[in-house]
Design a protein around this ligand. Structure first.
Ligand SMILES: [Cu+2]
Length: 464
């Protein structure tokens, strides 16, 4: 296993930090799996297993997979619940809670039938627990604090043990002070690979979570009581243009697994290809029960795996189709002034209300330009509402938006951003000019003396 990219902190260092010291004796601490954590927010290379049974690893979008150790046939992981600093896109960082240095926490990958032991150390200022969303397990391992277990107090380490009985896509999240802890970013993906690596094979397998935050412009910490009016709609706690592209080789069979831990549904839409939903919360969908889609709605608490053959080269948009979810923080009380001549009205109001920002006269795109022209300063730690540039100009997106980049001839393990798509000549929409192909005009002519037509009026025989 390649640990070199992670910052390693052994348990004795943690004990030095004061929290773990009270929990278990040094002897017991030394017996726990090493804590591996990262501060990086970019997509890490897949973790190819070199212990345990073989499988084809997933790639976590803007995330990583947690290394484990084998202990007498049991796969042991160590999760640490703790405050983290997450870069949501260059220019904005958030104070979140997560696991092992990041939000979301690392992806946990196991194989169907694996015996799994997960140590959970609580470095939060309050109790927590972990629920293993979607799994078959003993009732006492389900993680609902109060119902299935006592909560994990701050500073303590608990142990979960179960067999990964069913292959599929799962999630993990706290089930103690759940609203607050999930609003703060505590969640992660879990993939149980099939026992037989030849079962439903794909060339590239991606996973990420849909999550959402309410962070006021100019601030760093999410508001935790928000129910619907979130202002940052994220893939794995990242917003466009901070979300990395999903890079695939032409003709690859691609799987993308998505779990939704927000408070609303997200119609996830892929451009340029049709896909099938091959996995749901309950497992794999038999081939005879799948149908083609270009958008699939993922409800709250659901997981979906979609699959397609990436046979159309290009930079294809992949996003939530709720248009507010492809925007970054904006005031929802922005007045609509489409068609209103604003002149220097804005400047005048701006003198009275410094943060006043109406919708533009011809649309919102204008606002981006206006803000740039007037050099309207954004508050500190705040991303533009719509941003991102590509080869043809501003993309004017934010939030839950990225691209699937399909390219010929990539190496099997190459996930690097290949840059912009090089369009074949004549395949880009363009302005109409004089070099249009000649029009074939109809040869029909009107006979001399005009044409006789009979017209039948609807309800013509009614007398008035
Ligand atoms: Cu959405």
């Amino acid at each position: 296993m390649d640990f070199s990219k992670f910052s390693r902190r052994d348990f004795f260092k943690l004990a030095g930090a004061g929290i773990a010291a009270s929990t278990v004796s040094k002897v017991a601490m030394a017996a726990l799996p090493e804590i591996v954590s990262t501060e990086q927010a970019n997509t890490q290379a897949p973790l190819h297993p070199n212990t345990g049974r073989p499988y084809n690893p997933v790639v976590t979008l803007n995330g990583w997979s947690l290394p484990w150790r084998m202990n007498k046939g049991v796969k042991e992981f160590h999760l640490v619940a703790e405050p983290v600093l997450r870069e949501m896109a260059p220019g904005m960082k958030a104070h979140l809670w997560g696991y092992n240095g990041q939000s979301p926490g690392p992806t946990i990958e196991v194989v169907e039938g694996d015996k799994v032991r997960i140590f959970v150390t609580n470095r939060l200022p309050e109790i927590t627990s972990i629920h293993w969303h979607g799994q078959r397990l003993p009732n006492g391992m389900d993680g609902v604090s109060g119902l299935n277990q006592p909560p994990i107090p701050p500073g303590k380490t608990f142990m979960y043990e179960f067999e990964a009985k069913r292959a599929g896509t799962f999630m993990y999240h706290p089930h103690a002070d759940e609203m607050l802890q999930m609003a703060m970013g505590m969640m992660g993906s879990w993939v149980t690979h099939p026992k037989n690596p030849k079962f439903m094979p794909v060339d590239r397998d991606f996973v990420f979570l849909l999550n959402a935050y309410d962070i006021d412009p100019g601030s760093y910490t999410p508001k935790v009581n928000t129910m619907l009016d979130f202002n940052l709609w994220t893939f794995n706690s990242r917003v466009f243009p901070g979300i990395e592209p999903i890079v695939v080789k032409k003709n690859d069979r691609v799987r993308i697994r998505v779990g939704n831990l927000t408070m609303t549904s997200h119609p996830i839409h892929l451009h340029g290809h049709e896909f099938q939903v091959t996995g749901t919360d309950g497992g794999w969908v038999p081939a005879s029960a799948r149908w083609p889609e270009v958008t699939t709605d993922i409800a709250v608490g659901q997981m979906r795996a979609i699959e397609f053959i990436a046979n159309e080269p290009g930079d294809w948009a992949f996003h939530c189709h709720k248009s507010h979810h492809t925007m970054n923080a904006m005031g929802h009380d922005v007045p609509t002034l489409l068609g209103v001549k604003q002149g220097d009205l804005m400047k005048k109001i701006g003198n009275l209300v410094p943060e006043y920002m109406p919708m533009g006269e011809t649309g919102m795109s204008e606002m981006t330009e206006m803000a740039e022209m007037m050099e309207m300063p954004l508050p500190e730690n705040t991303l533009p509402m719509m941003s991102g540039k590509a080869q043809f100009g501003a993309v004017e997106m934010g939030g839950m938006f990225t691209t699937v980049k399909v390219r010929e001839g990539l190496a099997r393990n190459d996930y690097k951003d290949p840059g912009y798509f090089n369009h074949p000549k004549g395949t880009v929409a363009r302005e109409v000019t004089n070099d249009l192909p000649p029009v074939e005009r109809s040869q029909t002519t009107v006979p001399e003396g005009g044409m006789e037509m009979s017209v039948r009026k609807p309800m013509g025989d009614m007398k008035h």
